[in-house]
Every structure is written in structure tokens, then in C-alpha cells.
Design a protein around this ligand. Structure first.
Ligand SMILES: Cc1ncc(C[n+]2csc(CCOP(=O)(O)OP(=O)(O)O)c2C)c(N)n1
Ligand SMILES: [Mg+2]
Length: 339
């Protein structure tokens, strides 16, 4: 994929159609997500958050894709590893922490869902279940509705490579391709489904290969490179709104942590593998790239990191002080009528 670099001194610095402001914003969202993620993990270790799942290592893929979509108009169907995605779309640090603390004002579920099961009506982020890949047919339904109404809207489902072994994946992709729906299937391949390595999950290297069986393009992209992911997602969106149908994107990423705060990956994952993944951390790599481009320098990065740290502190304090859901609300949304 040819992406032009613009390095002229002054304002006109950028990559492709991303100017300095857009690039810094992308970097800020990746860094904010990382800071929230690290804090969430600490909170779980302190017993203040019950259970967390992290998106550490997935930030470039998730934020790069979010930035290529029409935020506020397109439908986002995240999964439990989508913290960086929802920060990329627009959820605030306070909103994320309300979910982690399971407080009543939590926009995702009023504190009902497990942490990291995000939804947000304003951003068209659709809440899902922990049951893997159920969000795929939901995205297909939303894409069908967008097609019928003729809106300039796409629906994007996010899931892991393990989730691509589910029937929902097959049914969703097949239906979307047959009806040429404006959908994007975004697979974050981190090589593990909890403790199950990819080689025990499928006999192919690339999930994207499966796209051919449904009649849609399958694109493999370096999930450590937010610009490559941005470009791949932008191209898939353009196809979708032009009526050319869905695309399967596979972003190769690494999971930096155990599966969740309740897992211990030392039991099944060689430490050298984790260390090699950490050495390819997409956030410092993007920082170096932005510095080389003249979009960022050490001083402005320090300022940004200080602002993010203050934002996370504020969010923790705010969410911790927020009220718990009322006990009288226990059955709301469970039965049509509270008995
Ligand atoms: C239908 C179903 N089976 C099993 C589980 C238990 N489970 C939760 S996450 C997960 C791993 C999924 O791996 P992958 O799709 O690769 O996503 P990742 O966590 O690696 O991002 C499994 C097996 C589940 N939630 N739903
Ligand atoms: Mg996985």
C-alpha cells in the first residue's frame, strides 16, 4: 500500500490524508487507552475492580480502525478486548472507569455488565455478550438495515481469531457477502484463544484466507501499524458504502497480558514470546515515527502523558465516588414487567 509522507516544514506535515492533528489525536487515543488499561489492571489487583480484560498490544489495530470510520454514524460492535477501540471512537476516561467500577451512571450498562463490555448510544457502540462472536450476526443485521434504508453507514464487528471458529462467523460472513452488505469484519489475531494457540484452532496461517470461501476480499494487515490499519479500514469502508459488499480484515497483533485478570499465562506461554511481543510495542513505535516526522517531540509527548495521567486519576476518583446501581433496579430490563 503506497502512503505518501509529507514532510514540508511548517503546517503541511502528515501521512496520506492524516495531518499532524489527526496523527497526534490517534497517538493520544492509543496512549490514553494504554494508561486506562494499566490502571484497570492495578485496580483489579487491589480488589477495587472485579474482573478486567485488557487491550494492551491491540491499540494500534483498534484505534487505527476507529479513526478510519464515520464515528457517530457507523455501527461499532466491539468485544471484550475493545477498550482501545471505544477510546478510539470517543468514549471518555470517566465513562470507561464507570464501567470498570460498575456504577449506576455507567453508559455501557448502568453497572450491570462485566467490565469491558462497552456500549454507548451516542457513538453507536452496540453492547454485546461475552459469548464470543455473537456480535457478528448483530453487525450483519445492522448492515442489512443500513442497506435497506440507503444510509451512508457501515457496521463493523470486532472479534478474535478464536471467534472466527464459531458458527456465527460463518453465518454472518456468508449472509453479508450474499447480500453485499456494508459490513466490515475486523479480526484481531493475537495468536491465542485464552490458552489455545492458533495452531490448535485452525490449520491455516491467516484467518483472512477464509474470506475467499464467502466471496469477499480478505486483507492481512500489520496490527502494530496504526496507519496500515487505518488505510485498510478506509478502503473496506469505501467498498462497503459503494455497494461492493463486505471485507474481512485480519490485523496481526500480540496480546501483552494474560487473557484476563483471572488468567495466568505463565502456565502456557513462553516468556520469550511475550518479551518479543513487548519489544514490538506499537505505542513507542508510533511515537518514534511521529517524532521522525516532526509531528511530536519529547517535550510535547511529556505534556501529553502528564495530561493523560491526570485524566485517568480524575476518572478513577469520579467513578469511585459515583453511586452503585440501586437494588430496586435489579430486575429492570430483565422482565417485561417487574413482578
Ligand atoms: C461460545 C463461547 N465459547 C467459549 C467462551 C470462553 N471464551 C471467552 S474468550 C475466549 C477466547 C476467544 O479468543 P479470541 O477470539 O482469539 O479472542 P482474544 O481473547 O484472543 O482477543 C473463550 C474461549 C465464550 N465466551 N463463548
Ligand atoms: Mg485471540
Amino acid at each position: 500500500m503506497a502512503i505518501s509522507l509529507r514532510r514540508q516544514p511548517g503546517a503541511n506535515v502528515g501521512i496520506g490524508d492524516l495531518d499532524a492533528g489527526a496523527l497526534t489525536d490517534m497517538y493520544r487515543r492509543m496512549a490514553l487507552s494504554r494508561a486506562l488499561d494499566l490502571r484497570a489492571w492495578t485496580l483489579s489487583r487491589q480488589g477495587r475492580a472485579h474482573f478486567v480484560i485488557t487491550s494492551r498490544g491491540h491499540e494500534a489495530a483498534e484505534v487505527g480502525s476507529a479513526c478510519a470510520l464515520a464515528r457517530g454514524r457507523d455501527w461499532f460492535l466491539p468485544y471484550y478486548r475493545s477498550l482501545a477501540l471505544v477510546v478510539g471512537v470517543g468514549m471518555t476516561a470517566r465513562e470507561v472507569m464507570l464501567s470498570i467500577f460498575a456504577r449506576a451512571p455507567d453508559p455501557s450498562s448502568g453497572g450491570r455488565q462485566l467490565a469491558m463490555h462497552f456500549s454507548h448510544p451516542d457513538w453507536r457502540i452496540i453492547g454485546g455478550s461475552s459469548v464470543v462472536s455473537t456480535q457478528i450476526p448483530h453487525a450483519v443485521g445492522l448492515a442489512l438495515s443500513a442497506k435497506l434504508s440507503g444510509e451512508d453507514v457501515v457496521a463493523v464487528a470486532y472479534f478474535g481469531e478464536g471467534g472466527s471458529s464459531k458458527g456465527d462467523f460463518h453465518e454472518g460472513l456468508n449472509f453479508a457477502a450474499v447480500h453485499r452488505l456494508p459490513a466490515i469484519f475486523f479480526c484481531e489475531n493475537n495468536g491465542y484463544a485464552i490458552s489455545v494457540p492458533q495452531r490448535k484452532q485452525m490449520a491455516i496461517q491467516d484467518v483472512a484466507t477464509r474470506a475467499a470461501a464467502y466471496g469477499m476480499p480478505g486483507v492481512v494487515v500489520d496490527g502494530n501499524d496504526p496507519i496500515a490499519v487505518y488505510e485498510a479500514t478506509k478502503a473496506a469502508r469505501a467498498r462497503a458504502v459503494a455497494g461492493e459488499g463486505p471485507t474481512l480484515i485480519e490485523a496481526k497483533v500480540a496480546r501483552f497480558t494474560a487473557h484476563s485478570s483471572d488468567d495466568d499465562d505463565r502456565l502456557y506461554r513462553p516468556r520469550e514470546e511475550v518479551e518479543a511481543a513487548l519489544a514490538r510495542d506499537p505505542i513507542p513505535a508510533f511515537k518514534r515515527r511521529l517524532i521522525a516526522l516532526g509531528v511530536l517531540d519529547e517535550a510535547s509527548d511529556k505534556e501529553l502523558q502528564d495530561r493523560i495521567a491526570a485524566e485517568v486519576d480524575d476518572a478513577v476518583e469520579y467513578a469511585d465516588a459515583a453511586p452503585d446501581p440501586a437494588a430496586s433496579d435489579l430486575l429492570t430490563h430483565i422482565f417485561a414487567e417487574t413482578t
